[in-house]
Write a protein that binds this ligand. Structure first.
Ligand SMILES: CC(C)(COP(=O)(O)OP(=O)(O)OC[C@H]1O[C@@H](n2cnc3c(N)ncnc32)[C@H](O)[C@@H]1OP(=O)(O)O)[C@@H](O)C(=O)NCCC(=O)NCCS
Length: 334
């Protein structure tokens, strides 16, 4: 049996989690009617069987609020006790105010500072890094970290290379001060822009119509060169995992569960091989939610906890990568 290390004393812990996903399910069979694709292609190339999609009129903040309320209930934390609300999202309600402000208002979290972080699929781990740092520095005691995306409204439904991949949802975690050796043992984040053209969406940015005056419908949607991203994704997640473990003073032998960003089942399997981690220890939700960017890790975390997979005292390694590029890893003990 492996002896556990207890080298790092955590500053913050995850005291509650919550999630919210749309009720509407879009299956691979449904997609076969929209673009030239097949359940067989999508399943073998990605592992995705279905995804959840939002309806017209819904907003990213609606799902953040639902997920946050569940997490707050579990943690026994009142909204007025929150010192921060940080949301990782690339699909906010508006250009401004930040989606976190709408969540703050709905929760009546009057004592919190609320802001968004744009870090694509690594967004949730960025919020965890910031939240943990604020608690470690004594600038906050309690806060909310959320990963939330509405990707399907910014998906090109004529592009079979991307529209089969994405889904919508939100996941939340309440952070409080750690009381013992359970908590966030490390957070590691990084970024680099040398291949930003492989995955981007101009949206309402100044690089687009708003400043150029040239209307181009393709600005509205996600552009991706999936096959070129693939190799980078595996390498970045492996590096992030190893860095996060090093910072936590642990090795893979100490890890009970790995929660990777859910971009593609083949990427997840390749990561498992590189980390020498058996698939039984890897939390997979891609078959039911698809890739929902910054929401994927907190959604998988919440599902795994509620299914009773993650038990008290166990070590979890979360790893992500995303457009930008961005990447990150974190080790936490429940
Ligand atoms: C997107 C992805 C599933 C595509 O798989 P792939 O094996 O790389 O496939 P390719 O893009 O090389 O395309 C291979 C063929 O399948 C076709 N194809 C693409 N999407 C298809 C679909 N939905 N259904 C059927 N065929 C499809 C392509 O047109 C291409 O056909 P061609 O050979 O006739 O030109 C895969 O590259 C991937 O998941 N990459 C990582 C993406 C990612 O992680 N993005 C998010 C970052 S957070």
């Amino acid at each position: 049996m492996t002896e556990r290390h207890h080298g790092v004393k955590p500053f913050a812990r995850i005291a509650g989690t919550g999630k919210a996903v749309p009720e509407t399910v879009l299956t691979n069979a449904d997609l076969e009617k929209i673009v030239d694709t097949s359940d067989e292609w999508i399943t073998t190339r990605t592992g995705i069987k279905e995804r959840r999609i939002v309806q017209r009129g819904e907003k990213t903040s609606d799902y953040c609020i639902k997920a946050a309320r569940i997490a707050l209930d579990e943690a026994g934390v009142k909204p007025e006790d929150l010192d921060f609300i940080i949301i990782g999202t690339i699909s906010p309600d508006m250009r401004f105010p930040a989606t976190a402000i709408f969540v703050q208002e709905a929760l009546r979290a009057t004592n919190a500072v609320a802001f968004d972080v744009s870090a694509t699929c690594s967004g949730f781990l960025y919020t965890l890094n910031l939240g943990e740092s604020m608690i470690a520095l004594g600038r906050a005691k309690t806060g909310l970290c959320i990963g939330a995306e509405f990707l399907t409204p910014i998906t090109d439904w004529a592009d079979r290379g991307t529209c089969v991949l994405f889904g919508d949802g939100a996941g939340a975690a309440v952070l409080t001060k750690a009381e013992d050796d359970r908590g966030i043992l490390s957070t590691y984040i990084g970024s680099g822009g040398d291949a930003s053209h492989l995955l981007y969406c101009v949206g309402h940015g100044t690089a687009g119509f708003i400043n150029t005056g040239k209307e181009d419908p393709s600005e509205r949607v996600i552009h991706m060169k999936g096959n070129e991203l693939f190799r980078f994704a595996v390498r970045a997640m492996e590096k992030s995992g190893l860095e996060a473990l090093k910072l936590a003073g642990l090795t893979m032998a100490d890890v009970d569960w790995v929660i990777p960003h859910q971009a593609n089942m083949r990427i997840i399997k390749a990561l498992g091989e590189r980390l020498e981690c058996p698939m039984e220890k890897i939390i997979v939700t891609i078959h039911k939610y698809g890739n929902n960017s910054s929401a994927s890790i907190p959604l998988a975390l919440d599902d795994a906890r509620r299914e009773g997979l993650i038990k008290p005292g166990q070590n979890v390694l979360a790893v992500a990568f995303g457009g930008g590029f961005t990447w990150g890893g974190s080790v936490f003990r429940f």
